[in-house]
Ligand binder design. Sequence first.
Ligand code: DAO
Ligand code: DAO
Length: 204
Amino acid sequence: TTGTSVEPKTGVAFPTALDGGRRLLGIGLRKSNVLGLKEINVYAFGVYADDSDVKKLSETYGTLSVSELKENKEFIADVLDQDLRMTVRLQIVYGRLSIRSVRSAFEKSVGSRIKKFSGADNKELLQSFTSLFKDEYKLPRGSVIDLSREQGYVLQTRIDGKDVGCIQSRLLCRSILDLYFGEDPFDRRAKEDIQLGLASILQN
Ligand code: DAO
Ligand code: DAO
């Protein structure tokens, strides 16, 4: 049976599993500083993974215990980089988000990861994604954005269940997931839960 898990600071609820069976690993909060003055909660997020895909890593890591896996950097790096189906669900909390601010935040956050992993700016890759953000889209409080890595490193984006586009890029998939459970994540507590969740899948 599917329950929900609630992000405590915002009250936003996430289903513990998505259609197709992806399981919730952890939830957290993306904040932002407006002009360095006021901190706002921008969105709550939940990270989901397909169990059977994560289990493919058991050949490499299956002999490790949950606590060893939790600390294992190669394991997390493989989950970030391998062709495993995952979804990050964002639920907008901030009520005055403009597409322009989404675009510029994205260029900063995802752009810095693309540069970190590839050593280059890859402006075309960034633009191929931000060009999906049409100016007429609205993201009012409560909007749900699903960013999914589908088989073959296809990044699929849905807004309120509606497909807005797919981009095939291993680098882009990894760069987006890195925001949530990479080296410098938006929410450290969430990353710990995600690591524990991933480790538990392997030990089941
Ligand atoms: O509009 O004044 C403002 C501040 C907005 C902060 C924007 C942060 C955007 C984060 C990306 C949201 C992705 C859905
Ligand atoms: O939080 O800095 C961040 C980046 C989050 C990824 C944002 C993707 C937003 C895609 C939806 C755009 C819809 C117009």
